[in-house]
Design a protein around this ligand. Sequence first.
Ligand SMILES: Cc1cc2nc3c(=O)[nH]c(=O)nc-3n(C[C@H](O)[C@H](O)[C@H](O)COP(=O)(O)O)c2cc1C
Length: 170
Amino acid sequence: MSLANTVPHMGGDIDPRKFRDVLGQFCTGLTVVTSMTDGAPTGFTCQSFSSLSLDPPLVVLCPSKSSTTWPRIRNSGRFCINILADHHETLSDRFAVSGGDKFTDIEFGSSPNGSPLLPDALAWLDCTLHAEYDGGDHSIVVGRVHALDAVSDSRPLLFHRGRYARTAEQ
Ligand SMILES: Cc1cc2nc3c(=O)[nH]c(=O)nc-3n(C[C@H](O)[C@H](O)[C@H](O)COP(=O)(O)O)c2cc1C
């Protein structure tokens, strides 16, 4: 019997506000997904990131279909996931805005696959585009990891109930 047959049909519409409120209870870290496209650095803030598989090494992220940056990164076929530290709130906001040069005045490095490495990121993962699936108003992107490193022991930037959050002092 398939799992679908064991789950009661919910029926009815889900209120978008309630959907956001309920899912907002799930605390996540934050990333900025970067790439070089047509010789220029590009990137966008992305909360929906997760480990997927160890063998082969895969991760998953979910770009909105309204993102203007993701199609350019898709074309390049490679990207770097920068995991943000707790002092990166302004950086996160900057990469969440559509348009403009998001890299102005940022001294970024270069990952092994040539993507921008953001200053003081906790960790980074270099990926190639492995697969992309439909996910409603988002895409489900699977990245194949080719190189990665954890480069800082700072605390992470979190996102919870629609706001930035931080871990408590130990
Ligand atoms: C805290 C936070 C989390 C976000 N998470 C995602 C995400 O998981 N997926 C996504 O597509 N956009 C996410 N966004 C929004 C994108 O960063 C934003 O829509 C995008 O950068 C718009 O720019 P673009 O048109 O250059 O893609 C998030 C924004 C913020 C502030």
